[in-house]
Each structure stands twice: as structure tokens, then as C-alpha cells.
Write a protein of this length. Structure first.
Length: 187
């Protein structure tokens, strides 16, 4: 097994432990910023450390920029896939109540906003389809959003896409940094 995949597996399992621990410590919280930033940090570590170890094994001056990006993406995509699959499992079986609480919170915010006459008028001005609807119809239309957004499958897809995109950007940036700094430092 390639070193980039081993490092991606290690970092993804570290994130799973962090997410599980966060769930055990604060099971009722809707604040997920800590786990999101830990996810971004561990993806960055997976890409940079995986690429560094791969470059160290094959020699820092060998290869080209595209092979470096590919090696970084190998770590990033494996990490993204494992973490996203865990997120699907987490939100569908381990903690489905979290999505339900997020839907409830969004529903309360929608009812509060729609009951504000000024907001309702502004909403009708910005959304052409809402101009002919009454308050009840607008509320029903707005409530469709959180129900579609806060579910395990949608979270899985969004997570996978965003992590793959982030790993692509990281692979490009880190490969360029390694080529400019590390290879010049060795020569």
C-alpha cells in the first residue's frame, strides 16, 4: 500500500475519533465548528504529509509537478471518501436527531421571519414567485429547504464534494510550495 494512502487512512481515523469524542462529550450541540476545522486541518495534514513522505521515498528532485499533485490527490481523495462515508453513517444511524434538531431550529426561524411583515414584504420583492402567494404558501415553500438540506445523504454529498475540491486545491498549492522550497533547499 502506498504511503499516501496509509497517511490518509491514519488521518481519517483520527478525525473519526475526534468526531466521535465530540459527540460523546457534547451530544446535544448544534455547533459543529470544532469538527469542521479539525476535518480541514487533518485533510491538510494528510495531503502535505503524504506528499512529503512520497517525495522523500522517490527523491525530492525526481518527478514533476503533475505527479506531485496526483500523489497529493491520492491522499486527499482517500481521506475525503472515508470521512464522507463516516458522515453518512453518523447522520443516518449514530446521531439522526442532530438533523431533526437542525430542521426544527430552521423551522422556528422561518416561522418567526414569515410572521414579520417587513421581512415578508422584502421576501416578496426579492422572489418573484412569492409575489402571488399568501403567507401560508410562502411558509410551506420555505420549509422545503431545510427538509431537503438537513439529511444524511445530502450531508454526505456536500461533504464529499467539498473535501475533494479542498484536497485538489491543497494538492496544487502544497505541490508548488514543495517544489519551490524543499527542492531548492536540497540543491
Amino acid at each position: 500500500m502506498k504511503i499516501t494512502i496509509k497517511i490518509a487512512l491514519f488521518c481519517s481515523f483520527v478525525w473519526i475519533i475526534v468526531k466521535w469524542s465530540y459527540h460523546l462529550i457534547l451530544p446535544e450541540t448544534l455547533n459543529l465548528n470544532f469538527t469542521i476545522f479539525a476535518n480541514m486541518l487533518l485533510l491538510t495534514v494528510a495531503v502535505s504529509l503524504g506528499l512529503y513522505k512520497q517525495k522523500k521515498m522517490e527523491g525530492f528532485s525526481s518527478g514533476n509537478l503533475l505527479s506531485d499533485i496526483k500523489n497529493g490527490l491520492t491522499s486527499g481523495v482517500v481521506y475525503a471518501l472515508i470521512v464522507s462515508l463516516f458522515i453518512l453513517l453518523y447522520y443516518s444511524t449514530i446521531n439522526p436527531q442532530l438533523n431533526e434538531r437542525q430542521i426544527e431550529e430552521s423551522t422556528m426561524m422561518i416561522y418567526k421571519a414569515v410572521n414579520d411583515p417587513k421581512y415578508l414584504e422584502d421576501l416578496k420583492k426579492t422572489q418573484e414567485s412569492f409575489e402571488v402567494m399568501n403567507k401560508k404558501q410562502i411558509t410551506e415553500e420555505l420549509l422545503k429547504g431545510p427538509k431537503n438540506f438537513y439529511n444524511a445523504k445530502a450531508t454526505f454529498v456536500i461533504s464529499l464534494l467539498s473535501l475533494v475540491l479542498f484536497s485538489t486545491l491543497l494538492s496544487i498549492i502544497i505541490s508548488i510550495i514543495y517544489r519551490k522550497i524543499l527542492i531548492k533547499a536540497i540543491k
